[in-house]
Design a protein around this ligand. Structure first.
Ligand code: GLA
Length: 348
């Protein structure tokens, strides 16, 4: 039997969602990719097997808690404590450790820094207890991580961020069907076009934005329509729903179609069509789903003015980064960052 490793490191990437927003918790489709940027957690076993000491190196902040932790703590601590709590609840053996966290994903950026942190802590903590082989596969591990969001961070988010972080691959986006959790890698060959992100300058937080309310509205629409998810909803039936619900349902139904059209556009290398789909996704998120803000609109407008074929908000909305598709020979606007698909989460 192998002895528990006393020094381990795990890396989990953030994600950019090419298209398919607010579809994950509606059993729909999305096409995210893992970024090269992410979070690294380095761990070393402690002599006290029931204690965790954690240092967030970039923030210069610390945490310390027992293995039976139940309080989420402030900010980033909820994700680390939540990972320990939820792994235990899932029956994984754990042992006390000192964890050091560093990363190059801005927090509250809409690039899934929280999912990257959860996934990296889960991988490192399991390996430190020599239990990495007992970790479930990506779908179940993503569910464990989403329980960290739900129970410890107060965000009723879906599985998009965690699956993208776990299943990313070099040069490829991942087409995810959230009804079956079937995944297919789709090569992201862009013929010298570039995908770029631009910060709207507004921090986003799913737990305190309108995110949870949007999810509740989708559940309410399902109940009124008598369907188990909006994947099974029809536009005609949805038109008779009260308040904002017809618009919410329209977004989800049409966004699923746009994901399929985006995969087809990528496969035939039709960049103009892909750009139009990004624009249409953004318009729907702004007008039907109502998750844009003036700062997000300004960032999208800046990318379009710089020559982007399409640009849209990514992630939950209400701030964060926006994404644009730039044709060859167009200069990156100030502050924009090129992004390309990288490998999924792993032990280092
Ligand atoms: C956030 C959530 C995801 C997903 C997106 C919107 O990133 O964490 O689960 O719902 O918003 O597509």
């Amino acid at each position: 039997m192998r002895m528990p490793s006393d020094l381990v490191a795990a890396f989990a990437p953030g994600r950019v969602n090419l298209i398919g927003e607010h579809t994950d918790y509606n059993a729909g489709l999305a096409l995210p990719f893992a970024t090269a940027a992410g979070i690294t957690v380095q761990g070393r076993v402690l002599s006290d097997p029931r204690r965790f000491e954690v240092r967030a190196l970039d923030l210069g902040e610390d945490d310390s808690f027992g293995i039976d932790v139940s309080e989420p703590g402030e900010g980033w601590r909820a994700y680390v404590r939540g990972a320990v709590g939820e792994l235990q609840r899932a029956g994984l053996p754990l042992r006390g450790a000192r964890l050091e966290i560093r990363g190059d994903l801005p927090r509250g950026s809409g690039l899934s820094s929280s999912a990257a942190l959860e996934v990296a802590v889960c991988l490192a903590a399991a390996e430190l207890a020599d239990a990495a082989s007992q970790l479930p596969g990506p779908a179940e591990l993503a569910r464990i991580c989403s329980r960290i969001e739900h129970r410890w961070a107060g965000s009723q988010s879906g599985l998009l961020d965690q699956l993208a972080s776990l299943c990313g691959a070099d040069g490829e986006a991942v087409l995810i069907d959230f009804r079956s959790l079937a995944m297919r890698h789709v090569p992201l060959v862009l013929d010298d076009h570039r995908l770029v992100t631009l910060d709207s300058g507004e921090a986003h937080a799913n737990a305190t934005s309108g995110y949870n309310e949007r999810r509740e509205q989708c559940e309410q629409a399902c109940e009124l329509l008598g369907v188990s998810s909006l994947r099974d909803a029809g536009l005609d039936a949805a038109a008779g729903l009260p308040g904002p619900l017809p618009r919410r349902v329209r977004h989800v139904i049409c966004e699923n179609e746009r994901v399929e059209q985006a995969v087809a556009a990528l496969e035939r290398r039709d960049w103009a069509a892909l750009g139009r789909l990004l624009d249409a996704s953004h318009a729907s998120l702004r007008d039907c789903y109502e998750v844009s803000t003036p700062a997000v609109e300004e960032a999208v407008a800046r990318l379009k003015a710089a020559g982007a074929l399409g640009a849209r908000l990514i992630g939950g909305g209400f701030g964060g980064h926006v994404l644009g598709l730039l044709p060859p020979d167009v200069d990156l606007p100030a502050g924009a960052m090129e992004v390309s698909p990288g490998k999924g989460a792993r032990l280092l």
